[in-house]
Ligand binder design. Structure first.
Ligand SMILES: [Zn+2]
Length: 433
């Protein structure tokens, strides 16, 4: 691997509070001091053996991290594979992703975790880190072997797509997770309140005659998680927060020092439930698109630091699966290849609620801290996972060019500003615009 100098970029490394125009040096897959490259030159090694990348007018930041993606393998390789999902991640500027356990078989045992890690090592161009299920077969009735998960190398546990309804079982899960040092992520959905709901319960569900998914169905479990986090003294991270009441609950709990956190997906701020008026199944996700008031609350939560993580909930489905009646269609949309552009467009350019360095922090330092990852920084000695971003690049989403195997996005044709133009993993360029 060639030593590399990334020249003249605006280096934004929130982990070290660095924001300056400068050069970044990479050797043997790691960030190194300038002197290390100088020594190489002086040692008489071939000058042309050093690669130079011109990053003028570009942001040079730690590789972006997405802690919530579905790579569908094993079991659903007609939707996505670890290899194609990793390419989609790279094309979106991500160098590390955390894949959810709702595969087939479910990642609820150490051998499936080992299989995913092996597959990622041989096929993925970015770092793919597995999560493990909380309950066996995501059934919510019996705990998965959390102790052996920790040894198998999962970075977190979650029943994402499902939600443990039995609060006592969830308490045991959080207590065991605390003992073995595993972060807990939770998809917040009260099954009784939500029932067969497919869209936000409100004006549009009534008008279109679709079963409603009430905001309280999320808020009830967020409240449960706050109580259990306090009881067990362990952080619970609430995935894909969609409702204003959830933001209010998290804000109050965090102000008291409770270890809870929340994440936002791009679709929940880019769209409202009005988007379902033509029964477009690419606007069907779980939790559902909500109201203007909820979008405003999510933005406020991002601004005041209540919501600290941005993630895609990348959920590929084949066209034949989505091209059915709204009620019958699976939940979920693609995320990895539009995520940075959507957040950059909405949060930085259009609504101007946060600046670029906070955006990068929410994609690097925050997820790395939550999951104790050795990533998200450009400090000397760190793995050379680096993303080059053109913060003002105006581009149009073209789903036909996606690296993902699926095409289920409501954002095809959207005009966005800000895009990753090169993704580097362990010193190797894995994607370039
Ligand atoms: Zn989910």
């Amino acid at each position: 691997m060639k030593p590399t100098i990334i020249r003249n970029g605006r280096i934004i490394d929130p982990a070290s509070k660095r924001d300056e125009i400068g050069d970044l040096y990479i050797s043997d897959g790691r960030i190194v001091e300038q002197s290390a490259i100088r020594d190489l030159r002086h040692s008489g090694s071939d000058q042309s053996a050093i690669e130079e990348i011109d990053a003028s007018d570009l942001i040079v930041c730690p590789g972006l991290i997405d802690i919530h993606v579905h790579l569908r393998e094993p079991g659903f390789v007609h939707k996505e594979t670890i290899e194609s999902g990793a390419r989609a991640a790279a094309a979106g500027g991500f160098t590390t992703v955390v894949c959810m356990p709702n595969t087939s078989p479910v990642a609820d045992n150490p051998s499936t975790i080992a299989w995913i890690k092996d597959r990622a090592a041989e096929a993925a161009c970015v770092n793919v880190l597995p999560s493990g299920a909380i309950s066996k077969n995501l059934g919510g009735e019996e705990l998965a072997p959390l102790g052996s998960f920790a040894r198998a190398g999962v970075v977190a546990i979650t029943d994402d797509g499902h939600c443990v309804q039995n609060h006592e079982l969830m308490r045991r899960a959080v207590e065991y997770a605390h003992m073995v040092g595993l972060p807990v992520l939770d998809h917040c959905q009260d099954y009784n309140l939500v029932g067969n709901g497919v869209v936000h319960e409100g004006y549009w569900s009534t008008l279109l005659g679709l079963p409603g998914w009430p905001a309280a169905g999320e808020e009830a479990i967020v409240a449960r998680n706050i109580l259990l986090s306090e009881l067990c003294d362990h952080e619970i991270h609430c995935q894909h927060i969609s409702a204003s009441g959830s933001v209010r609950l998290l804000r109050e709990a965090r102000s008291r020092g409770v270890k809870v956190s929340g994440e936002v997906c791009p679709h929940h701020i880019a769209l409202t439930d009005k988007a379902i008026e033509n029964f477009d199944t690419n606007c069907k996700m779980n939790p559902p698109l909500r109201s203007d008031k909820d979008v405003d609350a999510l933005l406020e939560g991002i601004v005041d630091g209540t919501l600290t993580i941005l993630a895609s909930d990348h959920a590929p489905h084949a066209s034949f699966e989505k091209e059915v009646e709204f009620d019958q269609a699976p939940f979920g949309i693609l995320g990895l290849e539009t995520e940075f552009g959507l957040f950059s467009e909405i949060l930085v350019h259009k609504r101007k609620v946060i600046d670029l360095s906070r955006l990068i922090e929410m994609f690097t330092v925050e997820p790395a801290r939550l999951l104790n990852l050795d990533a998200g920084t450009l400090a000397v000695g760190a793995a050379a996972d680096v993303t080059l971003i053109d913060p003002n690049l105006a581009w149009t989403v073209n789903a036909s060019e996606f690296q993902s195997l699926s095409r289920n996005t409501p954002f095809d044709g959207w005009k966005l500003r800000g895009r990753a133009v090169r993704t580097i993993v362990k010193g190797q360029t894995v994607w370039k615009l």
